[in-house]
Ligand binder design. Structure first.
Ligand SMILES: Nc1ncnc2c1ncn2[C@@H]1O[C@H](COP(=O)(O)OP(=O)(O)OP(=O)(O)O)[C@@H](O)[C@H]1O
Ligand SMILES: O=P(O)(O)O[C@@H]1O[C@H]([C@H](O)CO)[C@@H](O)[C@H](O)[C@@H]1O
Length: 166
């Protein structure tokens, strides 16, 4: 019985057990991760593309402290439990796990996904998780960016009181 959407925010151990269950059934598991602060259409694109590459998608969402270290003071705008809940509400997402480490390497080594997905704002050489991906045998897929969509751009537009992009 699949849990309700809120029940899809799980511990790392539960996410690992879920991944094993998918693979036992012959399915493939996709993993992605991110801050997902002020959810926007670019986030939906990368999550939907990730889900389409496998039979289940697990998403690591950075804790507030982790986002602060990555994105600077004043971030995140949306607290971790709400960011996790919003991501878990998307049809494309099967499980969400909050993580506080600087990188997703621990997630990669624990979940051992068949495919690891990020937006093309990253490069293969630039991923600190690349060694973990090699060890886990995960295929890396970088999804083309939706132009002009970013949390930073949203914050700047809110501050400037400017119109949304075309
Ligand atoms: N416009 C976009 N199109 C497709 N994928 C995106 C887009 N923006 C972000 N992503 C992807 O979404 C995931 C989460 O990224 P993140 O939460 O940092 O979004 P962001 O909008 O880049 O945030 P910020 O502007 O604060 O850096 C990452 O895999 C990232 O590559
Ligand atoms: O939302 P972001 O900035 O894409 O999330 C970060 O992604 C990093 C990525 O996996 C490449 O290193 C990750 O290391 C970091 O912990 C954030 O999840």
């Amino acid at each position: 019985m699949e849990p309700g959407r809120a029940g899809r925010v799980v511990t790392l151990e539960q996410a690992v057990a879920f991944a094993r269950e998918i693979r036992r059934g012959g399915g493939r598991v996709a993993l992605t991760n991110g801050c997902f602060d002020l959810l926007h259409a670019g986030h939906v694109t990368v999550l939907e593309r990730a889900r389409a590459l496998a039979d289940a998608l697990i998403v690591g969402v950075n804790t507030d402290e982790s986002v602060r270290r990555l994105k600077g003071a004043g971030r995140p705008i949306v607290p971790q439990d709400e960011r996790a809940r919003l991501v878990a509400a998307l049809r494309a997402v099967d499980r969400v796990v909050l993580f506080g480490e600087p990188t997703a390497s621990t997630l990669v080594l624990a979940i051992r996904p068949d495919v690891y997905v990020k937006g093309a704002d990253y490069t293969p050489e630039g991923l600190p998780e690349r060694e973990a991906l090699r060890e886990a045998g995960a295929r890396l897929v970088l999804v083309p960016l939706e132009a002009g969509r970013s949390t930073t751009a949203l914050i700047e537009r809110i501050r400037a009181g400017s119109e949304p992009p075309a």
